[in-house]
Design a protein around this ligand. Sequence first.
Ligand SMILES: Cc1ncc(COP(=O)(O)O)c(C=O)c1O
Length: 479
Amino acid sequence: MTTPSAEKPLLYEELAAQLRGMIGNGTLRAGERIPSVRRMARQRRVSISTVLQAYGVLENERAIEARPQSGYFVRPRGWNRPEEPGMSRPAPKPTSVHVSELSLQVMRLMEMTHDPNAVKFGAALPCPEWLPSAALNRMMAAAGRRRSDGGTGYEIVPGSQALRVQIARRALENGTALSADDVIVTCGGTEALYLCLRAVAQAGDTIAIESPSYFGVLTCIESLGMKALEIPTHPRDGVSLEALAFALESQPVKACVFVPNFHNPLGCCTSDEHKRQLAEMLARREIPLIEDDTYGEIAFSPYRPKTVKSFDRNGLVLLCGSFSKTLAPGYRVGWAAPGRFREKVTHLKMVSSLGNATLPELAIADYLATGGYEHHLRKLRKLYAEQTTLLTRAIGEHFPEGTRVTRPAGGQVLWVELPESIDAMELFYRALERNISIAPGPIFSPKQKYRNFIRLNAGVSWNERTEAALVELGRMMRA
Ligand SMILES: Cc1ncc(COP(=O)(O)O)c(C=O)c1O
């Protein structure tokens, strides 16, 4: 079995890994006796203490158990699904944001996505093998040949007409009536969020966000000198409307930024009724909502959830999307449909970059038109759903007692609450030493709270190394 470490494993680690593999693949079955310590030491030509150490590791992982006067046995494989974390309880006051000091750590997670030896639970990126890169590359080359300038010319704001038509067509799936003219293509969803925030608020303004919140939203708010007001958020139902109503009464909220569909990191998806009420509540107060629908396409069921934008009658919802999670994060293609703020966002996009790279836009437009996007999405959703189950199961088996895990109905991440004694930043650094990346909880909070939480990316291919890395994380936590 491979270990996630670059170093050579110690003898007891090697033995533990082999037995773990035999239990995992069913060679040693639940309830079966494993060789006694003496016998194993003889067979493997290792010392008794090496075997005791290996058995100790597996006992800690709850893979085997010692029965008095009988020896060691494989534990029954009964799988208890971990409990879910509860509603978050952030401080009910606007606060300045201090996450930029963690940017280096986040960059490290991004860098590790290029390392073939790393186990990548950190950045929320899809496994590259799941993406249609060959088809996209072909379409990019064909688009270059089709253009008289070979694709070297500007695709200035608001971006390729062909792509905007496709985005508007797809919006019908989530109940949103858009035309190509409503859409502005941006450099990933990140730029869409940044431009929309600049369009609706300025330095010193208070922005209501979910708690916890995506790192990218927090860095935008911080860099624009705005304040964040965290709203209690439930890991299944999303932002609390009661808490939001109270916040809107008591605080000068200028705008909201929410991720109602398969939130990052919580995975929650708010109901249609909740979305309708949210749209109405904000319309009554003329408060704009930046709705980040980056994960909306990744429902584990065939039902693609609606957007809040589909209930918006006043142009107050600025809908943002991206192709990073479903097609190609490196193409940097996202978009905004900013409602009544369209002109402002168009201007800001022009000031910031004139437009996007031409060919990735055209390749994605062609893929949406002819490449079988729906078929690809069906496969992708199934993969994300399967990986999420495997990951939850492995967490239940290998992480310490008291660990809680979200139960998302879509998206690609799990939010994991660890026993309070565990420090996520320390775990993050230790895991890095073993070439395992995880996203530590503090990057999801304006004041670096959530110190005993981590986020794990399910967009990884499952193999022995993936499982061994989770076992290793569990071991580090116990240590
Ligand atoms: C909630 C959310 N919004 C937006 C983005 C932006 O992604 P990109 O800029 O790659 O489109 C991400 C990426 O992880 C995300 O998780």
